[in-house]
Each structure stands twice: as C-alpha cells, then as structure tokens.
Design a binder for this molecule. Sequence first.
Ligand code: HEM
Length: 134
Amino acid sequence: MNEIPGETVQEQTFYDQVGGEETFRRLVRRFYEGVAADPLLRPMYPEEDLGPAEERLALFLMQYWGGPRTYSDHRGHPRLRMRHAPFTVDRAAHDAWLHHMRDAVDSLGLAPEHESELWRYLTYAAASMVNSAD
Ligand code: HEM
C-alpha cells in the first residue's frame, strides 16, 4: 500500500487482499458444484435451484471478510447457528461440507497466508455449526 503524505492510509481488508467479489464468487461457485453432486448434502438443501443458496453464502462470506454489507441488508443479522437448526448438521454433514470447501479453497490459488487464514475460519465455523450427535 502506498503511503501518500497527508492522506489517510486505509487498511486493506482481507476481502480486498484476496481479490474481492470475484474471488468469493469463484469460491462459492466451486463449492456448490461439489454440493450439487453430493448424495448427503444435496438433499439437505430445500430449494430445487441451488442458485439462491449460492448467492446467500457468497454475500455472507464477502461481508464477513470486510466487503459490502449486502448480506445483512437482505437477510438481517446472520445468526447462522439458528438458521442451520432446521437441518441435521452431524459429523458426516460437517465433513462433507468441509471436503467441498477444501476443494474450492484449493481452486483459488491464494497466497499461503491468506489460504490458511480463510481455512482456519471455515473449519472453526463448520465445527460451530454442528447441531446433531452422530
Ligand atoms: C457444517 C456443515 C454445514 C452444512 C451441512 C450446511 C448446510 C446448509 C443448508 C442446508 C442451508 C440452507 C440453504 C439456504 O437456504 O441457503 C445453509 C444455509 C447457509 N449456510 Fe450453511 N451449512 C454448513 C456450514 C456452514 C458454515 C460453516 C457457514 C459459514 C461459514 C455457512 C453459511 C451459511 C449461510 C450464510 C446460509 C444462508 C443463511 C440465510 O441467510 O438463510 N454454513 N447451510
């Protein structure tokens, strides 16, 4: 980041550092390709069309990492654990979700420090979403 004397230096968000909207869209597109073909996860998604779910996850992640707050403008406070309560998120669902997310993260070709920060968050968030014992 260039420092120009007399101007405020704005910290770049993680969102900006990894390439902004395009990167998060690529991540979530790839993830949902995996979900669409997954015999455990696919039936959990209530809508026939996975497009709206893809949009919600993309907007949520963009907001979380410092991008536009469009997710909350449309959906309000995330309350993700509550929103997952209608679904059985057990160990198997958790593992399948992370499996497709790992593939999606790998497809981005991020710098190692960005990749590990993103992955740390995703694994932590996935563990916190588990709501059913095996
Ligand atoms: C651990 C395994 C997980 C499973 C099996 C799972 C499954 C689901 C399902 C079935 C839906 C409903 C589809 C929809 O209407 O959008 C959903 C929604 C959503 N999930 Fe997950 N999820 C998991 C973890 C996560 C994690 C870790 C995050 C965040 C990092 C996340 C973020 C979201 C978001 C943002 C929505 C849409 C919420 C809304 O605005 O209604 N999910 N998830």
